[in-house]
Ligand binder design. Structure first.
Ligand code: AMP
Ligand code: MN
Ligand code: MN
Ligand code: MN
Length: 285
């Protein structure tokens, strides 16, 4: 079992725990090295770092950047970033600034489908209103009795082709990778298995093209063991990592005790051929 968990969320984005609660839960569950990787925001890192010191675990400053690549939304995790680097700070600010307008359009779309008052409801679930996103809408729709849980909301609403979904253009891949590198961090392609599933799934050719471009732009890692992956996908993405010379990362993508596929920590081991991202900690700057 790996005692590294390099992908999770606090209330600063769409998790349900505060950074301190998250770190305490990770420590209790045996995590030795934890990265907090909130979506498009680094505001939770200082509190999490303090809690990590108090709980005797090593803390990695991270972020998960929303990117539009061709017609796909992909996520790039940055590990060991300097959260004060001006290019990163400014890039994240611009991404966040688009979220409020998107939320208004999502609420309009749901209102047309007969569900009103959703923006106000979703905002009540967003501790950080700048980071209003689909998960906050989902929690409100559960609370209001439209669906039994967050997962069912995503099946019925908020995804391509369903009420509440709004196309949005996030950062481009080149910018996201360059902000992370400028900030001294390691860019990691998050949960690639998710891009190859569902409506609008990426085929193998596109995955190859994405990885080729990612590496050319300065990308260095890929999530192999992820809360979003099945065991056959660990093997599949270990092969991609070997083919593209990428470091391998692992993370639960934990969002909250009631909602996540995987709790913090206790991740299965990497396939044997993987080179763990932490073996390169000191080579990247
Ligand atoms: P956003 O960045 O606002 O588009 O929201 C994306 C977030 O929604 C992801 O980070 C997940 O936390 C959540 N999400 C996306 N798809 C699903 C799904 N099918 N089931 C549960 N949560 C999802
Ligand atoms: Mn999320
Ligand atoms: Mn993600
Ligand atoms: Mn995530």
């Amino acid at each position: 079992m790996l005692d590294y968990d390099l992908h999770c969320h606090s209330r600063v984005s769409d998790g349900t725990l505060t950074p301190t609660e998250l770190v305490e839960r990770a420590a209790t569950r045996g995590v030795k090295v934890l990265a907090l990787t909130d979506h498009d925001d680094v505001d939770g890192l200082a509190e999490a770092a303090q809690a990590a010191a108090a709980n005797g675990i090593e803390f990695i400053k991270g972020v998960e950047i929303s990117v539009t690549w061709r017609k796909h939304t992909v996520h790039i995790v940055g590990l060991r970033i300097d959260p004060n680097h001006p290019a990163l700070v400014e890039g994240l600010r611009i991404i966040r600034s688009g979220r409020r307008h998107r939320a208004e359009l999502m609420a309009d779309s749901l209102a047309r489908a007969g569900i009103g008052g959703v923006l106000e409801g979703a905002l009540r679930h967003a501790s950080n209103p700048d980071m209003i996103g689909r998960t906050h809408f989902a929690r409100y729709l559960v609370e209001a009795g439209h669906c039994k849980d967050v997962r069912s909301v995503f099946n019925r609403y908020l995804v391509k082709g369903k009420p509440g979904f709004v196309e949005h253009v996030w950062a481009n891949l080149q910018d996201a990778v360059s902000w992370i590198r400028a900030a001294g961090g390691i860019p990691v392609l998050a949960h690639p298995g998710r891009y190859m599933a569902g409506r609008c799934a990426m085929g193998k050719t596109s995955m190859h093209e994405l990885l080729k471009e990612f590496v050319e732009l300065g990308g260095l890692g890929i999530e192999v063991v992820s809360g979003s992956h099945t065991p056959p996908q660990y093997a599949e993405f270990a092969r991609y990592a070997a083919e593209f010379g990428l470091l391998c990362s692992c993370g639960s993508d934990f969002h909250g005790p009631e909602e996540s596929y995987r709790d913090l920590g206790r991740l299965p081991d990497f396939p044997l051929e993987c080179r763990p991202v932490w073996t390169a900690w000191d080579e990247v700057s």
